[in-house]
Design a protein around this ligand. Structure first.
Ligand code: FPP
Length: 260
């Protein structure tokens, strides 16, 4: 498949290969516009499309979006149903854009808890985009980091019981192998929108060394200009991984991750 040209402004510093985003503030945005909360989610899809396309064009290798948390199941039934319908519409309606931009789609989370119809469209979009050679778009769906760690522990204990894993050899890289998507390197940059300074149970293990950027804009207002500002801010950071300067740090965690 043809390699796409990378259209990347010069940020004057390092560029984040993996960006993860907590897309917050859909409800607040809608309320500010005098609209029903759920319409904020609908508008949020336009930001998802724009940010995905811009990241793919700039040569970001992976983009992980927190689209639905395990805790979100506790929201009113009508809002959950709306979000699941929106997910289906996104998975069907955006296939063309994903294909045009060479984007591969993958989901992480407790996917067995998603409605069957959404699962079907998810698998169809994953299969259709599987051979694309551009950016990996990961949707965190029915995702919770504590749930991911509990699932990982359960799988590891089973392997110990079956004699496939020696507990004395377990280190942080062993644990990585039991996470939902171990081959994708950890995020370099974690963005949260709508001004909140919380992690909200998102990728707790994987963001150990990520740079955090909080944008004041609500997710429906987070577009190309805001993305460029976040990346420009990242380019000014010095990453040390607990050492003194990044380039002499012994084996920074992202180098140990395996490429997808
Ligand atoms: C937080 O806004 C956002 C969510 C709970 C879901 C994010 C979903 C989307 C952007 C649309 C669906 C995405 C895809 C990829 C299908 P909030 O409702 O918590 O906002 P608030 O804090 O202002 O109430």
């Amino acid at each position: 498949m043809a390699t796409r040209p990378i259209a990347r402004p010069d940020f004057g510093g390092s560029f984040p290969e993996h960006i993860a985003i907590i897309m917050d503030g859909n409800g607040r945005w809608a309320e500010q516009q005098g609209l029903r909360r759920v319409l904020g989610h609908r508008e949020g899809i336009n930001s998802v499309r724009e940010i995905t396309t811009e990241c793919a064009r700039m040569g970001v290798k992976s983009l992980t979006l927190y689209a639905f948390s395990v805790e979100n199941w506790k929201r009113p039934r009508m809002e959950v149903r709306y979000l699941m319908r929106l997910l289906r519409q996104f998975l069907v309606g955006e296939r063309g854009t994903l294909m045009d931009n060479g984007v591969r789609l993958r989901a992480i989370g407790r996917l067995d808890t998603l409605p069957e119809l959404a699962m079907r469209e998810l698998r169809a979009t994953e299969n259709m985009t599987a051979k694309n050679d551009g950016m990996l778009l990961r949707l965190a769906l029915s995702y919770g980091s504590r749930a991911e760690l509990a699932d990982a522990l359960r799988a590891a204990v089973r392997d110990v019981q079956a004699g496939r894993l020696d507990p004395d050899t377990i280190d942080d890289e062993t644990l990585r192998r039991y996470l939902y998507d171990p081959r994708t390197p950890d995020p370099d940059l974690l963005i949260r929108t709508a001004g909140e300074k919380r992690i909200s149970n998102f990728l707790l293990w994987q963001i150990s060394y990520s740079e955090i950027y909080v944008a004041d804009e609500c997710w429906p207002q987070f577009r190309k200009a805001q993305l460029l500002a976040a990346i420009a801010d990242y380019a000014r950071r010095v990453r040390k991984y607990g050492g003194l300067v990044a380039d002499v740090a012994p084996e920074p965690p992202r180098r140990r991750g395996m490429e997808a």
